[in-house]
Design a protein around this ligand. Sequence first.
Ligand SMILES: NC(=O)c1ccc[n+]([C@@H]2O[C@H](COP(=O)([O-])OP(=O)(O)OC[C@H]3O[C@@H](n4cnc5c(N)ncnc54)[C@H](OP(=O)(O)O)[C@@H]3O)[C@@H](O)[C@H]2O)c1
Length: 272
Amino acid sequence: MVVARRWIQCKPFQGAATLECFQLIEEELPGLKNDEILIEALYLSVDPYMRVYPIQVDKTPIALQVASLSGYFGLLRQCRPKKGDVVLISSAASAVGSVAGQIAKLKGCTVIGSAGSQKKIDWLKSLGFDYVFNYKETTLDEALQTFAPDGIDCYFDNVGGSYSQTALNALKPRGRMCCCGYISAYDTLNHQLDSMKDDLLLKIMVNELSVSGLMVLSFEDEFQEALSEMAQWIKENKLKYKETIFEGFTKMPEALLEIFQGTAVGKLIVKA
Ligand SMILES: NC(=O)c1ccc[n+]([C@@H]2O[C@H](COP(=O)([O-])OP(=O)(O)OC[C@H]3O[C@@H](n4cnc5c(N)ncnc54)[C@H](OP(=O)(O)O)[C@@H]3O)[C@@H](O)[C@H]2O)c1
């Protein structure tokens, strides 16, 4: 007979999780059937998502690797750091953040990290982070004025909230941000993310959205190629376009107003 121990959540969290919310129970396991094996967990991962999705506690084995993989993919695939980039990592001493920051260093970036204690700050320095600060003592705004007055190229976000709004404002044109975590809000969430469903950064993280701005002139080098391709599609009747033509140069203001009234169909052109 094997008696297993299991932690269950016996009370809903009200704000921060407290020890009374958890109960240790023992249960006798059914005997093994053919082709079944019994596994004993020697180490258990503890992760921020358990505060939001406590029901998933039994998924811990995979979580052991998830943190470092999140740092790896979030940094390399979403932030796409280039040599010389300035990279900001929030919750930099977390399992995820510390991996992301070290990989950014391996890629030749200048790395800024924030954490909430001196012990973590010292550890981050020993990992080779260029600049580290305690966000409980120094605001991100102040830190950026000192360490990155010209802005940042990449932001690896583990915390969300007002910190990340500030970081977003500091991103340079064509900067990249990975919305990896939103730990600053986990204590206020009640099992579901419903209460914050309109929060843009949370939406981007949960739905793995890619959001990019566009300034078309950035693609100037590819204009000719794009125009040739579209001309071919038009010739093959695969791409259609429409124009609304105003006759006479004096119609310029009228044409402009038409755009905002939204009545004209297709590209507005004035024939002088
Ligand atoms: N997107 C994904 O697939 C994925 C996968 C794994 C993890 N994550 C996210 O990545 C982040 C880090 O996860 P982890 O497993 O590496 O965490 P971890 O090692 O457990 O570290 C968590 C750290 O977050 C900081 N923190 C706690 N409460 C905070 C608050 N209210 N505001 C700001 N910081 C707070 C604390 O450090 P300091 O306060 O000292 O900085 C804490 O030590 C989390 O947001 C997690 O949800 C995302």
